[in-house]
Design a protein. Structure first.
Length: 288
């Protein structure tokens, strides 16, 4: 395990002088698969950020450089998902867990030979990697987007007054052949399998000919309400389970579309979701 520890000064609007210790955690398995990581501790990091955001943009993001990480893909295959973990320790010593999975097989592709710059904020990721139009529903300049993303990080999940210790950990990358590289502590393999089971369950329920349209709608509404009242949590944490969130959102999409387009359209939509997953390569954790 390759790690570096630095101390960064994060100067949010009302947090001048607050200091956070940032640990960089990058497993050596990435290098074995020709995936090169450049954290903010690298001597050339500033020039890397300037290559994405320009000199002014790099300066705008200076306070959150410790949260940024550049990744170069020389694996020979496209990267479809990048997962980070951001464990933090608050001022009272309590450990707070978080992970972020970023899809890189759609609006933000990650082909072989490319380098992308990642932050904990997906809006920043779009803006930094040439997809500014995807960063916000309202048109903003690059500088406005960078400043907004920076301020939100400092004011919420990475407020140095609340979280004096932070780890930025690259947990896994998924290649287009289904290979999952890295520690995969978040269990992206198991997570995606569970999502597939959710999709099949919903398709079976919506397709059940013994149920009326009203019965299906009531079942979906009741299932969403049950989850909202008592959401499944990640074991050992207060975090809502990602697959539960996915199920709630997918049920919401079906409920929203059925009154307008009919139940047959909902079945077609879910069939498409299930078929897309079936056609994708099976995920396999490559353990070095």
């Amino acid at each position: 395990m390759l790690k570096a520890v630095v101390t960064a000064i994060w100067m949010g609007p009302i947090l001048l002088g607050q200091t956070a210790k940032v640990t960089i955690d990058v497993d050596e398995s990435f290098a074995k698969h020709n995936i090169t990581v450049t954290p903010h501790t690298a001597p050339n990091f500033r020039s890397v950020v300037e290559g994405f955001a320009g000199t002014a943009g790099a300066e705008t993001l200076a306070r959150v450089h410790p949260l940024l990480m550049a990744i170069r893909n020389d694996s020979g295959l496209a990267i479809t998902t990048v997962v980070f973990q951001y464990p933090r320790v608050n001022a009272t010593g309590e450990a707070i867990h978080a992970d972020r999975a970023f899809r890189t097989d759609g609006a933000l592709p990650f082909p072989p030979g490319a380098t992308l710059l990642f932050s904990p904020d997906n809006r920043l990721n779009y803006a930094l990697n040439g997809r500014l139009a995807n960063a916000s529903p309202t048109p903003l300049s690059l500088q406005q987007t960078l400043a907004s993303g920076r301020d939100e990080l400092l004011a919420t999940d990475f407020d140095p007054a609340r979280f004096p210790r932070v780890t930025v950990s690259l947990d896994s990358v998924t290649l287009s052949d289904g290979s999952v590289i890295g520690p995969d502590r978040t269990d992206i393999v198991g997570r995606e399998l569970r999502k597939g089971l959710v999709e099949k369950l919903l398709l079976e329920q919506v397709s059940d000919a013994t149920l009326s349209d009203d019965d299906v709608a009531k079942w979906l509404e009741a299932d969403r309400e049950r989850w909202e009242k008592a959401p499944m949590l990640v074991p050992g944490t207060s975090l809502r389970d990602v697959v539960g969130i996915y199920r709630w959102a997918l049920e919401g999409s079906v409920l929203k579309g059925m009154p307008q387009h009919g139940r047959a359209s909902a079945i077609e939509f879910l069939n498409g979701v299930v078929s897309k997953r079936a056609a994708a390569p099976q995920l396999v954790h490559v353990k070095d």
